[in-house]
Design a protein around this ligand. Structure first.
Ligand code: PMP
Ligand code: GLU
Length: 405
């Protein structure tokens, strides 16, 4: 018995059955190859390459000097929750009172709190696919049954209200989706969300977790729409947001929910046993982010849009790829299935994972395979990196694909 097998026998079924996060796994592989001296361009992790704006960093430094160094209230400092409530009102036209807001150690923890608070074993969790990797892992941890609703690039990876309705059963408890979407970059329009609200309203025991962490990174020219704005479903919606993407604050670990009070109270209780209130310094930084101009965020968004347009043109030049123009976030999710059945050095390419491993080994580019997002045909590319690296990555990819026969 190997050491790894021995460890598996000792570990819980819960952890043995859990998939490792594919985004984090691919980033780790790329990092290891870089450490061995390989010139890898890592486009696997969805993380802004920009630094946190200076005024936010300054607020954190002041927080330390002012003694914000103690345990914080479990759902977050009241002044931060007030700033979040004001942000919800100002930017999203949403009325949440402070006791409907829970601040967490990242949107990831916010999602885990909600899912663990709502899902009983066997409850169905609907996941419009492709979906962000951790939704399924967290739902399975809660012993929920994930039900995927498949979409393809031809519909810009969006589900229709009719598709959604067809998947709702008496066991459905929760629907989880993101708009702008990770991994596809798709953005649901106000009309599409209105139709979805119409279906949700008919099922008062079904809840929807709307992950709006990419809210600012939206190139449609239209104001972001939250599902909770449709008042007829507000009591069924949990709005998740955070600071990682919009304010380039991934390492600060700060996310939050706005939710019906009974769900917020349950998340507070959950967090009180798991992690307690998140970092005091990060919270003061987050408060400063919300109370000051979002101009620095808008500059980052303009840069992402420029890169999106450059990468779109370059990807379109690569034979065999099916690419759509994403409306938000900072990912391309393109279809590589025309290469299935081709080989390199005797190794056949049958899945996106085969192709991502081939591109890592032969092209020195780190991309994430679609399988982890519930898709069998695509690869995800993060374009949150410099224009120079993006151009080189596309050149390498084009060259690598010519080696597949
Ligand atoms: N939701 C989505 C769709 C994401 O892409 C991410 C990024 N990791 C998260 C949630 C989690 O964000 P955070 O860094 O706030 O935990
Ligand atoms: N959200 C990012 C991604 O999808 C960060 C990695 C993670 O937290 O999974 O790549």
């Amino acid at each position: 018995m190997t050491q790894a097998q021995a460890a598996m026998n000792l570990l819980s079924d819960r952890i043995n059955n859990m998939q490792e996060s594919a985004t984090i796994k691919m980033a780790k592989m790329s990092r290891e190859l870089k450490a061995q001296g390989k010139d890898i361009i890592d486009l696997s992790l969805g993380e802004p390459d920009f630094d946190t704006p200076q005024h936010i960093k300054d607020a954190a430094k002041q927080a330390i000097d002012k003694g914000y160094t103690k345990y914080t209230p479990v759902p977050g400092y009241p002044e931060l929750r007030k700033a979040i409530a004001e942000k919800f009102k100002r930017e999203n036209n949403l009325d949440y009172t402070i006791d409907q807001i829970v601040v967490s150690t990242g949107a990831k923890q916010s999602i885990a709190n909600v899912v663990l608070a709502l899902i009983n074993p066997g409850d169905e969790v609907l996941l419009p696919a492709p979906y962000w990797v951790s939704y399924a892992a967290i739902a399975e941890l809660a012993e929920g049954k994930c039900v995927e609703i498949p979409t393809t690039i031809d519909s810009n990876f969006k589900v229709t209200s009719a598709q959604l309705e067809a998947h709702i059963t008496p066991k459905t408890k929760l629907i989880i989706f993101s708009s702008p979407c990770n991994p596809t970059g798709s953005v649901y329009s106000k009309e599409e969300l209105a139709a979805i609200a119409g279906v949700v309203k008919k099922h008062p025991n079904v809840f929807v977790l709307c992950d709006e962490i990419y809210e600012y990174i939206n190139f449609t020219g239209h104001r972001h729409t939250s599902l909770a704005e449709f008042t007829e479903v507000k009591e069924q919606v949990i709005t998740v947001n955070g600071f990682s993407k919009g304010f380039a604050m991934t390492g600060w670990r700060l996310g939050y929910i706005g939710a019906p009070k009974w769900i917020a109270t349950a998340c507070d209780k959950m967090q009180g046993q798991f992690t307690s209130g998140t970092c005091s310094i990060a919270q003061k930084a987050g408060e400063a982010a919300l109370l000051s101009s979002i101009e620095p965020s808008l500059k980052m968004v303009a840069e992402f849009k420029k890169r999106r347009d450059i990468v779109y043109a370059l990807l379109k030049e690569i034979p065999g790829l099916k690419v759509n123009l994403p409306d938000g976030a900072f990912y391309f999710f393109f279809d590589v299935s025309s290469y299935f059945g081709k080989s390199f050095n005797g190794k056949a390419m049958n899945t996106p994972e085969d192709i991502s491993l081939f591109l890592l080994a032969e092209g020195n580019i780190g991309l994430v395979s679609g399988e982890a997002f519930g898709d069998k045909y695509c690869l995800r590319m993060s374009y949150a990196t410099s224009e120079e690296k993006l151009r080189e990555a596309c050149r390498r990819m084009k060259e690598a694909f010519t080696k597949l026969q």
